[in-house]
Design a protein around this ligand. Structure first.
Ligand SMILES: Cc1ncc(COP(=O)(O)O)c(C=O)c1O
Ligand SMILES: *[C@@H]1O[C@H](CO)[C@@H](O)[C@H](O)[C@H]1NC(C)=O
Ligand SMILES: *[C@@H]1O[C@H](CO)[C@@H](O)[C@H](O)[C@H]1NC(C)=O
Length: 422
């Protein structure tokens, strides 16, 4: 019996020469693509950190401390001792993980607590957790929008929003970055067939991660009201530290509670572990729990991460001045760099893109900075448009004045070496 099976199997799988040709074709193609990435100077190699995430780190094969200027660790909470303690306690009380999605047996007391804390933090009715904000963005548009609807999106929106939009059947319109007259044109276009059963959803990052620019939310709100639209904002680079008490771009524009849907991440300012969420009206969150695929078909957030996020919200709510430090640091860095003659993109945000243009220059510049003990990364295509390569410096509340000055001095030295500044 066994041998008959083997014989049958070997008969079925005879076309070996065919598969090996196919394997060769695939290998050639992949090698070609990899070579083209190397030649374009856009190869991304990962540096391996051997310490916890913080403003001072070590990387493998280097004895010296490095100053880290590329984490989204805006409030310096990634290695906060209270957060670490809360995570350890949750590990003891609730275990390492749930081995389940939420609706089967993956919801614990702390998951509901965190959702309520997030909703309250943003002054919304409810919130839903995801394993990442990428998943939150992947899940929302398909769930909310149907064929007759419109999704109107800023051209520089994050990849996760773009991918989320690709999954939905609504008609897609795109407006120029932060361009309100272009947004109005697109809203007018969608308004031609106006009836009650159409949703027109404007989607934008609150703060744009590659440029450090801020969506003009009050203008967007004005247009949304005029053309009967809803607004979705991705607050990954704002939640916890942007706006006076860290409530994000809404608070920055003094309009808390007016945006229809907010997605954000636990993976940046809120402790930096992982996890994302959508917050908004109860009906929206109810529907996402029923229909959103990354929620229905993916594991629940591990308890230590949930507890660390609850603790991060505690810290931010109980220390309303916590965001101040990161903004003072950002202001200082931006001013000093501009005085030196560097071109810094963006608006008063701790994301400070130092524009260099050429991809290879950006990557060599970052290597030279590393030799001086400063860890920064060059960003190039496809993360940013071609010929718009840059070093994205991210300032944190954890940086001291001395840390900032060392970074600025290294930029001055390397900038002169490459003739980027005089
Ligand atoms: C604007 C924006 N949205 C979404 C994400 C994805 O967040 P997460 O890491 O939680 O998947 C990121 C992360 O890079 C981001 O910058
Ligand atoms: C976190 O990092 C900062 C800066 O590198 C350091 O001063 C602090 O001691 C670290 N905290 C913990 C709990 O390791
Ligand atoms: C984000 O918001 C959209 C709705 O605009 C939603 O479909 C999606 O599930 C939300 N979640 C995440 C993690 O972004």
């Amino acid at each position: 019996m066994v041998s008959t099976c083997l014989l049958l199997l070997s008969l079925r799988y005879t076309p070996i020469r065919h598969t090996s040709t196919l394997a060769k074709v695939i290998k050639n193609r992949l090698n070609l693509e990899l070579d083209s990435i190397r030649q374009a100077g856009t190869w991304k190699s990962e540096r391996i950190i051997s310490t916890s995430q913080s403003s001072h780190i070590k990387i493998e094969n280097s004895k010296n401390d490095l100053l880290n200027f590329c984490a989204n660790n805006y409030l310096g909470l990634a290695n906060n001792s209270e957060i670490i303690h809360a995570a350890k306690k949750a590990l003891d009380d609730y275990g390492a993980g749930l081995s389940s999605v939420r609706f089967i047996c993956g919801t614990q007391t702390i998951h509901k607590q965190l959702e309520q804390r997030i909703a309250k933090f943003h002054q919304r009715e409810d919130a839903i957790l995801y394993i990442s904000c990428f998943d939150a963005n992947a899940g929302i548009f398909e769930t909310l929008l149907k064929e007759q609807d419109y999704i109107i999106s800023d051209e520089l929106n994050h990849a996760s929003i773009i991918d989320g939009i690709r999954l939905c059947k609504a008609k897609r319109l795109r407006y120029k970055h932060k361009d309100m007259s272009d947004l109005e044109l697109k809203l007018k276009e969608s308004y031609n067939e106006n009836h009650d059963n159409i949703i027109r959803l404007i989607a934008t990052d609150g703060v744009f991660s590659m440029d450090g620019t801020i969506a003009p939310l009050s203008d967007i709100k004005y247009l949304a009201d005029k053309y009967n639209g809803l607004i979705f904002v991705d607050e990954c680079h704002a939640t916890g530290f942007f706006g006076r008490t860290g409530r994000g771009t809404e608070e920055y524009f003094n309009m808390i509670g007016t945006i229809d849907i907010i997605n954000s991440t636990l993976g940046k300012a809120l402790g930096g572990a992982a996890g994302g969420y959508t917050t908004g009206s109860k009906v929206l969150i109810d529907l996402l729990r029923q229909r959103s695929r990354p929620y229905l078909f993916s594991n629940t957030l591990p308890p230590p991460i949930v507890a660390s996020a609850i603790k991060a919200i505690d810290l931010i709510e109980n220390n309303p001045n916590l965001p101040e430090r990161v903004h003072e640091n950002a202001k200082y860095f931006r001013n000093e760099m501009q005085k030196l003659g560097f071109k810094i993109l963006g608006d008063n945000h701790p994301i400070c893109p130092v524009m260099l243009g050429d991809a290879r220059l950006a990557s060599q510049f970052a290597d030279e900075m590393l030799k001086r003990g400063i860890y920064v990364i060059g960003f190039s295509y496809p993360v940013v448009p071609k010929d718009r390569a840059r070093i994205r410096v991210q300032v944190s509340a954890a940086h001291s004045k001395d840390d900032l000055q060392r970074c600025i001095d290294a930029f001055a030295e390397v900038g002169r070496q490459f003739k980027v500044i005089k």
